[in-house]
Design a protein around this ligand. Sequence first.
Ligand SMILES: Cc1cc2nc3c(=O)[nH]c(=O)nc-3n(C[C@H](O)[C@H](O)[C@H](O)COP(=O)(O)OP(=O)(O)OC[C@H]3O[C@@H](n4cnc5c(N)ncnc54)[C@H](O)[C@@H]3O)c2cc1C
Length: 607
Amino acid sequence: MVAVRSFVVASQHEVRGGCVWPGGEPAPDGPYTARATVMLRVIPAGKGGSVTEPDRRRAAILTVDDDPDVSRAVARDLRRHYGDAHRIVRAESAAAGLDALRQMKLRGDLVAVILADYRMPEMNGIEFLEQAMDVYPGARRALLTAYADTGAAIDAINVVDLDYYLLKPWDPPEEKLYPVVDSLLEAWQSADYRPVPETKVVGHRWSARSSQVREFLARNQVPYRWYGSDEPEGRRLLQAAGADGERLPLVVTPDGEALVEPSDQELASRVGLATTPSEAFYDLIVIGGGPAGLGAAVYGASEGLRTVLVERTATGGQAGQSSRIENYLGFPDGVSGAQLTDRARRQATKFGAELLTAREVVGLEVHGSARRVVFGDGSVVDAHTVILATGVTYRQLAVPGVPELTGRGVFYGSALTEATSCTDHDVYIVGGANSAGQAAVYLARTARSVTMLVRGESLEKSMSHYLVQQVAGLPAITVRTCTETVAADGTDHLERLTLRNAATGATETVKAQWLFVFIGAAPLTDWLDGVVQRDERGFILAGPDLVPGGDRPRGWPLDRPPYHLETSVPGVFVAGDVRAESAKRVASAVGEGAMAVMLVHRYLEKL
Ligand SMILES: Cc1cc2nc3c(=O)[nH]c(=O)nc-3n(C[C@H](O)[C@H](O)[C@H](O)COP(=O)(O)OP(=O)(O)OC[C@H]3O[C@@H](n4cnc5c(N)ncnc54)[C@H](O)[C@@H]3O)c2cc1C
């Protein structure tokens, strides 16, 4: 038994069912196991290669006939008249025709017209069109029949809402074929069946993994379209991919590849994000892709250092989740975290930095003058120097019910991704600092009401003045001070919250579908234990903080003291929020990233 990719071959616009080896060679005869992941390969006539983007955008006319001579003749006549404006796709069996439709569906291609022969051995034309309608309900349909079959064709008008039946032979086509196809195309054009060439995600609204995948794509600026698994188009995509809908989400890449419950790394590599370093050794490895890490990558690469940045989830870090950063220098009208991240990413890659996504670093080792970074899967990459820019991670709300409902109505920092789903709903936010205020202002644009649950007595103590004013100016926002969230519950998703008044101790239960949590953050640096010195909360010590009494850090091997942002390991630097006593601002993180690179140069000069 040989595993191959099932696929459809086409020459100029002709499609035949068949199989190829992954390398592209036709597979030898034999029993095949077709994988769920299938690709459409369309090879232009006389050339090899795949169909071009503009070609894919041309709506297809599919013709299915099991008689090769008739099949070729129909395709030839169609191509002669419609070849410039449409892609003519030909299949020699109902199964191959359905296969072709499913591939095109996954790729987001347009199909305008389907012409099917009535008498086919494995399934007749009506049965074929019935199944084709499940995949492309908008495509107009016609049946090719012999005179003797006209009764069946008339019946088919009711079964598959047939638009036409065409009698064979159709000579001359100018009189018998083209006027029919013209009117089918006209009918199709008047309806709105736009293609969706970007990544498609089919998931369940209250599935934690579905929302993580959306968040991952959104934060990595991968355009995608979301379909509920219970929507008609969602069901069609599941069917086209051969997925049962039990395991969600289904992600369909722009190439038509179907991924069921993909991991972040799998997703990253299939949607065009780099996940593997191209070299074994660099001048500089930056760990963390927030403002500090991106700043370091821009300055490192622009100053000629071979630089690779490794990011666990998505570049942008915390800042990438901010709806509007209003205090970053040079943006008087504010800038969204997504815009800032997009610009920084482009800037870093323009200068030649490699950006790896969905790769978590779990270890740092010292091997002589080399610094080794260990990934979660055990692979490694080495460099002369390392900048730790791992920032901080949201603190979890430790109350009953919240862990189970995370991603099912309870979210950490995903206000931007979920905002449209909250339209006209009542939303709760836990937290009273700037990040909570920004989320409240953002969500108030679409939600029916936003209630901020704040433990303290007022917002003024924890939030910047400008944001307090914005919150106060929005009637949709209510601020409940002295209020703690003590429980969350619901069966499939969040349904209720229990709140306690911190002053009186009185509790009340409110109906709630959406809870966004912004209660501060902590550095996740346990993996650096025993390698670099940290303070009691896990923040990394550097420069003067390592030599409080003038003593060098334990095990420090050099004559000079650590440079300003250098950790207790020479050649390993720290920048941004993960540094002890850092400012926790975008501007200071970017500044520290740039400054760390300057110190990397100083270190390399003396290596
Ligand atoms: C919602 C929100 C709004 C904010 N608004 C403002 C504002 O308006 N103005 C302002 O000045 N500041 C604001 N801040 C704060 C600001 O975003 C942070 O100070 C800044 O992002 C810190 O940058 P950083 O690069 O040090 O860390 P982070 O932004 O935390 O980035 C660290 C990155 O490292 C990655 N990482 C962590 N561990 C690993 C690992 N082991 N391997 C690989 N990668 C790893 C993380 O996934 C993350 O992407 C806001 C923060 C939030 C959450």
